[in-house]
Design a protein around this ligand. Structure first.
Ligand code: TZP
Ligand code: MG
Length: 217
């Protein structure tokens, strides 16, 4: 009998950026985030040569394995497979979702960044497992983005597709509830955890805001 993967919990999705670690250990930040309630981690390190990206992914997969938290690799299907990650996250300029699915099969997660209804519908048709709605708010962490979709844009995508939606871009504890109420299944953050001096507290606070918003929906 094959193994049945547990359903993926998209609630609080940490996207890494070593550049925000400010002299601290990047692994420690991720560990503290997970201990504070992060449910999924994406390794997103654009400046690493592929050899170092693989090494970093293997180290992170081992760390996250202790907590049974899945690792998603940004951009690179080959790196995701090489390090035994749970999945890959693709932008609109990366490998298309259908091709990635042919490579990774059904046993791994394929996530796709979308900024409009048309991209969302297409990614769903191509077999994505979840969509990253990006960016919901403009953010200094990533400026080469399409215009922010805002809560209205997120609502429109929510109405158009059934896939889990993870909102990203400018998300903090203060706006977390609004984003959940607009239809996000989970929130993805970079700076709210990576740049916070207390990543465990940051994760706990975000998790509490999400739980409260869900209870009121
Ligand atoms: N994709 C769209 S916005 C973004 C990414 C990777 C960065 C989000 O960073 P932050 O610090 O959570 O606003
Ligand atoms: Mg990409």
């Amino acid at each position: 009998m094959g193994t049945v993967s547990p359903p993926v919990d998209y609630t609080l999705y940490l996207v890494t950026d070593r550049g925000l670690a400010a002299g601290r250990s990047f692994e420690d930040i991720v560990r503290e985030g997970v201990e504070g309630g992060v449910t999924l981690v994406q390794l997103r390190e654009k400046d690493l040569a592929v050899r170092d990206f693989v090494a970093c992914a293997v180290a992170l997969r081992n760390l996250l394995g202790e907590y049974r938290v899945p690792l998603i690799v940004n951009d690179r299907v080959d790196v995701a497979l090489a390090c035994g990650a749970a999945g890959v996250h693709l932008g609109q300029d990366d490998m298309d979702c259908a091709s990635a699915r042919r490579i990774v099969g059904r046993g791994r997660i394929v996530g796709v960044s979308v900024s409009c209804v048309e991209e969302a519908v297409k990614a769903e048709a191509q077999g994505a497992d979840y969509l990253g709605v990006s960016p919901v708010f403009s953010t200094p962490t990533k400026t080469d983005t399409p215009p922010a979709v805002g809560l209205e844009g997120l609502r429109a995508i929510r109405m158009a597709v059934r896939l889990p939606l993870v909102a990203i871009g400018g998300i903090k504890a203060e706006n977390a509830a609004d984003v959940i109420r607009a239809g996000a299944d989970g929130l993805a953050v970079v700076s709210a955890i990576m740049a916070c001096p207390e990543p465990r507290v940051a994760a706990r606070t975000l998790k509490a805001a999400i739980a409260e918003a869900r209870a009121r929906v």
